[in-house]
Design a protein around this ligand. Structure first.
Ligand code: ADP
Ligand code: MG
Length: 280
């Protein structure tokens, strides 16, 4: 693996994937460089969580085409634990409850698997909790069991802070967080981009996440494809106008928005049946 700065990129190209017999992703292209924040916004069912699961290699999600590389490493060839070891972290939309196992044991196991020292992990997690104004008791109690949605999200943030991945996919990390917790979590992610060069793919419905966490690009995913790309103003427009308006405009413009390419040169496909056979 070469390691010049130019080679450091999390690159998704022409990614197509299916769940069961249903094609969900129809050619996703995205590039995230160290320190960058890319927001992915899209209506319910557009394939955002599918994208996150495919990137992390969740069983049941079948990649049918395209490539994903992390600093030159072919991620799709690797099992999930090796993707994590290569530097990818996924904060789940619905974090898993793990009875009998604490957050600190999970983080210690992840560190061990990555060949990193495990001493000091408790203190590190407590420091991370303090940074986001979270109670340190969550570090030692059974992970996520009986916690509120927002508490689970902050547990994901603790893991992200302690594991220091190169790139993080955050699947609706803002959902369930109250205003103060949201501000603390967004600030912590933003600091990781600035202090550690973390590259972020932030999946969200709401532009409020992007008030503290500053996106370099905003991508709109619909019907399994990126249909529009822009800056923060695009997120603000979505908040005001909803997806329908922005997507209709993208479709009405000549071909695809500037900078958006699809491997098969389809027209913007949000009006198509997302479950239609793309090869038919
Ligand atoms: P989003 O996160 O954008 O709301 P998802 O990626 O969760 O959307 O879902 C995209 C589509 O794929 C939805 O129509 C959903 O019903 C379908 N889907 C997701 N996971 C499965 C699954 N395991 N089995 C069948 N269909 C699924
Ligand atoms: Mg989702």
């Amino acid at each position: 693996m070469s390691e010049s700065a130019a080679d450091r990129v999390f690159r998704i190209e022409g990614l197509t994937a299916r769940v069961g017999a249903i094609d969900i992703l129809h050619g996703v292209d995205l590039e995230v460089r160290p320190g960058e924040v890319h927001a992915v916004m899209g209506p319910n069912g557009s394939g955002k969580s599918t994208l996150s699961h495919v990137l992390m290699g969740r069983p049941g999600y079948e990649v049918t085409g395209g490539s994903v590389t992390l600093d030159g490493v072919d991620l799709l060839a690797l099992p999930t634990w090796q993707r994590a070891r290569a530097g990818l972290f996924l904060a789940l939309q619905h974090p898993t409850e793990v009875p009998g196992v604490s957050l600190e044991s999970v983080v210690a196991e992840a560190a061990r698997a990555a060949g990193r020292p495990t001493e000091g992990i408790h203190d590190l997690l407590v420091a991370e909790a303090t940074r986001i104004g979270f109670d340190e008791r969550f570090v030692s109690r059974p992970m996520n069991v009986d916690l509120s949605g927002g508490e689970k999200k902050r547990n994901e943030m603790l893991m992200l802070g302690a594991l220091e991945p190169k790139y993080a996919v955050l699947d609706e990390i803002d959902s369930g967080l109250d205003v103060d917790a949201l501000a603390a979590v967004s600030r912590r992610v933003q600091e990781a981009t600035e202090e550690d060069g973390l590259g972020v793919l932030a999946i969200t419905h709401f532009s409020r996440l992007l008030e503290v966490l500053e996106p370099d690009r905003v991508h709109v995913l619909a019907a399994g494809r990126i249909q529009a790309v822009g800056g923060t103003e695009l997120a603000q427009r979505l908040e005001v106008e909803g997806y329908a308006g922005v997507l209709a405009e993208a479709g009405a413009s000549v071909g695809l928005p500037v900078g958006v390419t699809h491997p098969d040169n389809h027209e913007a496909g949000f009006g198509e049946d997302p479950f239609a056979d793309p090869t038919a």
